[in-house]
Design a protein around this ligand. Structure first.
Ligand SMILES: Nc1ncnc2c1ncn2[C@@H]1O[C@H](COP(=O)(O)OP(=O)(O)OP(=O)(O)O)[C@@H](O)[C@H]1O
Ligand SMILES: [Mg+2]
Length: 365
């Protein structure tokens, strides 16, 4: 049976949904990190789970069972300093008679409420925001199970509460306290920035208090089933898979535009050329050694499917991987020590790169 979410067909994610449902039924003991390549569907998945699994009636703000859910996507705010963070995160507690302000479910979900006087002290740095939020959650946890979900947490990097206190560090300490130490609340953190995860993963304290769960692009069988349900024949599906892989948003775009596409092969080649152009545009602006590193990685990706990171790598290679990951061309998985293309179309772009504008199979050496 097809599922719909925000008026669009919601594709698969059975395994991920059942993992998350199971996770929330357990006692909170670790922070859950959802990571994966750019646009793999992390935000859509968690929003689907919130609206359909964590709420009985999302728009009526009636949570399922004893859940108490807060979800904040930090990308939706321009957080450049501690003051902006407070503005985005906490609001003064509203009086019960001002119900109309609670009508918008999405907005209400992104709000932590603190007593107005306490919030004033927090704003003026006389009280610690996380200590106060912890107190508030302790109160809530007497009746409910709090679930706190933060998307795009890397936005908090490089922000300081004052001269030396780093906001992100204090926020993560707060998350460790809520889960591992107090078993008070579930904390789910999402990010597609794995260079950021890499830094976290190498922090021993966080590593042992975190579980990392990858949300990848769709698998081939799922895509085949999806395309068949859209009325595409086997050959067409195979061609689409070859170029777009399991990238949901690229496939959706093709399906939206297909009425106007005269020749599928030409359309897909154009997409590949677009990825190639993105790569070339980055490569032409950088030093030779970084460019060579990219070619070496691309070569391994095209012949093996991925580039394996090892402790013997030149330090410059690590620098190059971080650079291209930040540019969203490569995806680095620090848990598996593998580097891959951000999505299948970038492999097609790499084929063009190694063939000097012509598609090559393998690494074209
Ligand atoms: N399971 C799904 N079914 C249908 N559409 C989906 C699904 N997952 C993702 N999408 C669509 O794919 C696009 C990208 O998804 P989304 O923004 O959730 O990815 P993301 O991993 O959060 O991206 P980012 O790395 O930028 O944070 C969205 O337009 C969304 O509508
Ligand atoms: Mg997202």
């Amino acid at each position: 049976m097809d599922r719909y979410f925000r008026k669009e067909k919601f594709i698969d994610r059975e395994r991920e949904i059942s993992f998350l449902k199971g996770w929330f039924e357990r006692v909170p003991k670790e922070i859950l990190w959802l990571y994966g390549p750019k646009s793999s569907g992390k935000t859509t998945l968690i929003e689907y789970v919130i609206e359909n699994e964590l709420f009985e009636d999302f728009w009526g703000l009636e949570p399922r069972g004893n859940y108490w859910v807060r979800y904040i996507n930090l990308r939706r705010y321009l957080i450049s300093n501690y003051e902006c963070f407070i503005e985005a995160f906490v609001k003064p507690k509203m009086r019960a008679d001002r119900k109309e302000e609670r009508l918008n479910a999405r907005i209400s979900l992104g709000i932590f409420e603190l007593n107005a006087n306490i919030l004033k002290d927090v704003r003026e740095r006389r009280r610690d925001i996380f200590r106060e939020m912890e107190r508030e959650l302790q109160r809530i946890a007497t009746k409910s199970l709090p679930i706190v979900i933060i998307d795009e947490v890397q936005v908090l990097e490089d922000i300081y509460i004052n001269g030396e206190r780093e906001l992100l560090k204090e926020f993560l300490n707060f998350c460790v306290a809520l889960t591992k130490e107090l078993h008070l609340a579930h904390v789910v953190i999402l990010t597609s920035n794995t260079i950021f995860i890499d830094r976290i993963y190498n922090d021993a304290r966080l590593k042992e208090t975190s579980v990392f769960y990858k949300i990848d692009h769709l698998g081939h069988e799922i895509v085949k089933g999806w395309l068949a349900s859209e009325g595409l024949d086997e050959d067409t599906s195979m061609l689409i898979l070859d170029y777009l892989g399991g990238s949901i948003h690229r496939i959706q775009r093709y399906l939206r535009e297909r009425e106007n596409i005269v020749e599928l092969g030409a359309y897909l080649k154009e997409q590949a050329f677009g990825a190639y152009a993105e790569i070339v545009d980055e490569l032409r602006k950088i030093d030779n050694w970084k460019r060579e590193a990219f070619r070496e990685i691309a070569c391994a990706i095209l012949s093996e499917g991925y580039f394996k990171v090892s402790e013997r790598d030149d330090v410059r290679l690590a620098e190059a991987i971080s650079f291209f990951a930040e540019k969203e061309l490569l995806f680095y998985d620090p848990l598996r020590l593998k580097v891959s293309a951000m999505s299948r179309i970038y492999e097609k772009g790499m084929e063009l790169l190694l063939g000097d504008g012509e598609e090559v199979k393998g690494c074209g050496k």
